[in-house]
Write a protein that binds this ligand. Structure first.
Ligand code: HEM
Length: 396
């Protein structure tokens, strides 16, 4: 039987999606909630975008149909993201303790120190680019501290991660930058594992030492997969937080009344942060691979097709959120999808929330007022958030 030819419902990388992503997703949620295209990340193959909240969570729960393995861009997998059940739960169980309350308390003081050190020059000069001078450096310094690596490595790690987004670039010099960054990140990750093999640290606070010491049914974990975990933390553990810090500062700079309300009562910050993450979701979407032929809302998904779960679109679904395009800083309930859903839900969410809260507490406490000092430039679609955020600050 010949396959029916499917026509594309949208182009995820087209100009319309770039100019007005929320408008495009609004239309698709009604007209083509399981939207077909051939223009995936690599511009080829069959590619489905899930746009409605309910479809996204159903797919995220159905780990037998929607796989996290099979689509890796790398020779070595990066667990727990690139692992399916039952293997996935082994990694999660071993890694969860590093995000427990005790560890978070220790990282809170480090976060506050990094925050102050970055904020002071901005206060002294009455403002600056809050992305370049604050949101960009803060999360990699915290992440490296979490990994017990020197925070001073942040510039190298950050610029490798930024170049790692050049994967789809066709120009030879950009491809070369991607190759160098990818190699740098893997070498760095492998070096951390080699170091802890020879110089184990306290396994209760050092995830790599803990993974090296772990035995699963008496067997040690493969060292290349442990390097994959480090590589994943380095990829997942600061870029999205950089976006989130930028998004939050942008929101507060553009909404002076909310800024004053939160300054007067910082206990409102945790729920305000959740609403900012819902409204402007830093990780727009994440991929899955279809395990076997299946129908979703009558659409024929084939084994090997790629799927994108659009957390950012689910977060604006009017079936779930009243007035979804409006910020309601105390919104309740607010079961947003910014950290994903199901077994792969962000393991680093406690650290991300902590960094955001501490950063905003310090910004609000140490300024009288801050606002936008010029045009804001946004990142390309897969890294939603301000690339440049000019801010003025009044302190006294
Ligand atoms: C505001 C900041 C952050 C956002 C918006 C975010 C978002 C996400 C999302 C949407 C997922 C789900 C992926 C999927 O289902 O395919 C995820 C998974 C993950 N995140 Fe985050 N993340 C953030 C910060 C962090 C931090 C700080 C870390 C590490 C310290 C981290 C580590 C991870 C890991 C390891 C996974 C994979 C979990 C698994 O597969 O079980 N993230 N994140």
């Amino acid at each position: 039987m010949t396959e029916p030819v499917l026509s594309a419902d949208w182009d995820p990388q087209g100009q319309a999606a770039w100019d007005d992503p929320f408008g495009v997703w609004d239309r698709l949620r009604t007209q083509a909630p399981i939207a077909f295209s051939t223009a995936g990340r690599r511009g080829q193959g069959r590619f489905w975008s899930f746009l409605r909240f309910d479809d996204i969570i159903t797919a995220a729960r159905d780990t037998a149909t929607f796989l996290n393995t099979g689509g890796s861009r790398f020779a070595t997998r990066r667990p727990p993201l690139e692992a399916d059940p039952p293997e996935h739960s082994v990694w999660r169980r071993l890694l969860m303790p590093y995000f427990g309350p005790l560890r978070m308390r220790a990282l809170e003081s480090a976060s506050r120190e990094f925050t102050s050190a970055l904020l002071e020059p901005l206060l002294a000069t009455g403002g600056g680019d809050a992305t370049r001078e604050f949101a960009r450096p803060l999360p990699p310094q915290v992440l490296l501290t979490f990994l017990n690596q020197p925070p001073g490595d942040w510039q190298q790690v950050k610029s490798w991660c930024e170049d790692a987004y050049l994967q789809s670039a066709t120009e030879p010099d950009l491809q070369a930058r991607f190759e160098a960054a990818n190699r740098g990140l893997w070498d760095y990750s492998q070096a951390v594992v080699a170091d802890r093999k020879h110089h184990p640290r306290d396994a209760t606070v050092d995830p790599v030492s803990g993974l090296l010491a772990a035995r699963v049914e008496g067997v040690p974990l493969a060292h290349d997969l442990i390097a994959g975990v480090v590589r994943l933390f380095i990829a997942a553990g600061h870029d999205s937080t950089t976006s989130a810090v930028g998004i939050a500062l942008h929101y507060l700079a553009a909404h002076p009344e909310d800024q004053q309300r939160l300054r007067a009562d910082t206990s409102l910050l945790p729920s305000a942060i959740e609403e900012m993450l819902r409204l402007e979701t830093p990780v727009l979407a994440m991929p899955r691979v279809v395990a076997h032929d299946t129908l979703v809302r009558g659409r024929p998904l084939r084994e090997g097709d790629r799927v994108m779960l659009y957390w950012a679109s689910g977060n604006r679904d009017p079936q779930v959120f009243q007035e979804p395009d409006q910020a309601r800083l105390g919104r309740k309930p607010n079961q947003h999808l910014a950290f994903g859903y199901g077994i792969h839900k962000c393991i680093g969410a406690p650290l991300a929330r902590l960094e955001l809260r501490v950063a905003l507490e310090e910004w609000l406490r140490r300024t009288r007022e801050f606002g936008l000092a010029g045009d804001v430039t946004m990142e390309p679609w897969h890294r939603f958030g301000p690339r440049s955020l000019p801010i003025w600050i009044k302190t006294a």
